[in-house]
Design a protein around this ligand. Structure first.
Ligand SMILES: [Cu+2]
Length: 466
């Protein structure tokens, strides 16, 4: 009996879509490929490169497949993993094939896809293929479409990737726990040739937004948290642990982002405008696209943005919620701006010898403070740039645009070397700031700034005489 028939008879026997793989066929499972590194892996190399431009998963990787019996076969293993969120801080999460998020799945429109899912968790699980058109019994909702995959068992999902675009996968079993623990992954279905709404790009980056509540000094997320998360991640990494997106000047760049947190994230790119060219529902019609520099990604949504990287430099790329660009901290700290601690510190230290005042001039001091943190705690806001601390954490990275970046090279080119005279700096003594014009139209001198004699030359439009 051929395998296809065997599976079909199993389906009939069970009357469900998620198939239990029998012991005898376990020997035939695709090889289990696992990843231990949290750094960005290069594109998946192979014959498929003639058909599509493989994606780059930020701080992640693409799962290799084998082609057998007319299908692309993948083997996902749900299991506990250790994820380095940033150097010096690891989290004990659940994920797939050694990492959280799991590996990215890349296929082509029309491919028959066969996914073996082995459960090595202590409880049952399932996988929902978010956004896909598929037979109802393959949709992965435990209890509704299939029984949960019991610990130790392997289920088979099989369907045709009918629709090209941007998708994700995640459990639909004890979701609160399993998503809070980091179980999710990306899925890209590349279009067949000649698709008019999906352009060819030079670089195609993907990542998922996820959030965790991990107490400073511990490693396991608190799964009961609903809103007050303290770690906001891209692919379960936090700045400065998130790799930069490295591109060549004038590359057409696509970035695909999926949101599996409990809140929305306005994702903001500096120095360029982009268009939203797709959602989890598919490519957006061309006539519906408009330029943006920030796009809000709601819970459970995916957005695919595209732009020409036409400006050289190191451009910030981040969530615009300021608390989402910070790492683990308590939120119950009173605002202390303007409060003078001086008399107080000595008295408090009588009771708490290590007491340290914070926040009286703002929180920027936190970035450089050498406060002793509990072991395995990420600094709240950090990351060294060429001009000092970047004072960021969480959902923050950079787009590095370089003339010298070779096609297909995704390595970090280092910091941008700014041309002379193009970096903001302190005002020289001899230069006075411009006079302030009061609402009444009269010029008002700025207080306490010495006003040296300056010759002002005014050029009016149309008057080019000097
Ligand atoms: Cu955010």
């Amino acid at each position: 009996m051929n395998r296809r028939r065997q599976f079909m008879s199993l389906t009939a026997a069970l009357g469900v879509g998620g198939l239990v793989v029998g012991r005898s066929s376990l020997a035939g499972l695709p090889e289990l490929v696992s990843q231990s590194s949290a750094s960005t892996q290069g594109p998946l190399r192979g014959d498929h490169e003639a058909v599509y431009q493989p994606v780059i998963t930020l701080n992640g990787w693409t799962l290799p497949y084998r082609y057998r019996n007319g299908a692309k076969e993948f083997h996902l293993v749900a299991e506990p993993v250790i994820r380095e969120m940033t150097p010096g801080f690891v989290a004990h999460l659940w994920g797939y094939n050694g990492q959280s998020p799991g590996p990215t799945i890349e296929v082509v429109e029309g491919d028959r896809v066969r996914l073996y899912v082995t459960n090595r968790l202590p409880e049952h699980t399932s996988i929902h293929w978010h956004g896909q058109r598929l037979p109802n019994g393959m949709d992965g909702v435990t209890g509704l479409n299939q029984p949960g995959i019991p610990p130790g068992q392997t289920f088979l999902y099989e369907f045709i990737a009918r629709r090209p675009g941007t998708f994700m996968y995640h459990p639909h079993a004890d979701e609160m726990t399993q998503m809070a623990m980091g179980m999710m992954g990306f899925w890209v279905t590349h279009p067949k040739k000649g698709n008019r709404t999906i352009e060819k790009v030079d670089r195609d980056f993907v990542f998922l937004l996820s959030s965790y509540d991990i107490e400073p000094g511990s490693a396991t997320p608190k799964i009961m948290t609903m809103l007050d998360f303290n770690l906001w991640t891209w692919n379960s990494r936090i700045f400065p642990g998130i790799d930069s997106l490295n591109v060549r000047l004038n590359d057409r760049v696509r970035v695909r982002i999926g949101n599996l947190t409990m809140t929305n994230h306005p994702i903001h790119l500096h120095g360029h405008e982009f268009e939203v060219t797709g959602t989890d529902g598919g490519p957006t019609p061309r006539a519906s696209r408009w330029p943006e520099v920030t796009t809000d990604i709601a819970v459970g949504q995916m957005r695919q943005i595209e732009f020409i990287a036409s400006e050289e430099g190191d451009w910030a790329f981040h969530c615009h919620k300021s608390h989402h660009t910070m790492n683990a901290m308590g939120h119950d700290i009173p605002t202390l701006i303007g409060i003078d601690h001086r008399g107080l510190v000595g008295r408090i230290r009588g009771h708490i010898p290590d007491y340290m005042p914070m926040g009286e001039r703002g929180m920027a001091d936190m970035a450089e403070m050498e406060m002793e943190l509990p072991d395995n705690t990420a600094p709240m806001m950090t990351g060294q740039g060429p001009f000092g601390s970047v004072e960021m954490g969480g959902m923050f990275s950079t787009l590095k645009v370089r003339k010298t970046q070779r096609p297909g090279d995704y390595s970090d080119p280092g910091w941008y070397q700014h041309p002379m005279g193009t970096v903001a700096g302190p005002v020289a003594q001899a230069e006075a700031p411009p006079a302030v014009v009061a609402p009444g139209g009269r010029s008002k001198e700025m207080p306490s700034v010495p006003q040296p004699a300056v010759e002002v030359r005014i050029q009016k439009p149309g008057n080019h005489k000097h």
